[in-house]
Design a protein. Structure first.
Length: 110
DNA sequence: ACGTTGACAGGGA
DNA sequence: ATCCCTGCCAACG
């Protein structure tokens, strides 16, 4: 059984923070696990990954990638079709996101 | 208390 | 480019 959908329980405050940030990432943009950890101000990349593993089904999880631009482990194929839909900038000849262009800092700029 | 695990990150070979 | 190791930190058995 995979955790494609969020559990019915109530998320704690940290989980809420992480998920709310992920929901704000614009289409065609991404944030790394570490970026999100810094943004929420506590925990680390692995904690963010843990939250996404459990609750990611309810948010645009494909917009959360590794620091090197690789999509979430085990979800590469699904992520790739989303990037194609959203026009996410990719590295040429690779299945990786171009972080230079696609990285979102939480601000309003493009 | 301890060892293992995990949707991670960074550095070296 | 890939593989391997270490650092990291919370959750589990």
């Amino acid at each position: 059984m995979s955790e494609a959908l969020p559990p019915d329980g109530e998320p704690d405050e940290y989980t809420e923070d992480v998920l709310s940030v992920v929901e704000r990432i614009p289409p065609g943009r991404v944030m790394s696990y570490g970026d999100i950890a810094e943004y929420v101000g506590r925990g680390g990349p692995r904690q963010v990954g843990s939250v996404m593993s459990q609750w990611g089904g309810g948010v645009p999880w494909w917009r959360v990638v590794r620091a090197d631009g690789r999509p979430a482990s085990g979800h590469e194929v699904r992520a790739l079709s989303r990037y194609a839909e959203e026009g996410t900038p990719m590295r040429p000849g690779s299945d990786r996101v171009n972080m230079r262009q696609a990285r979102w800092d939480g601000g309003n700029e493009g």
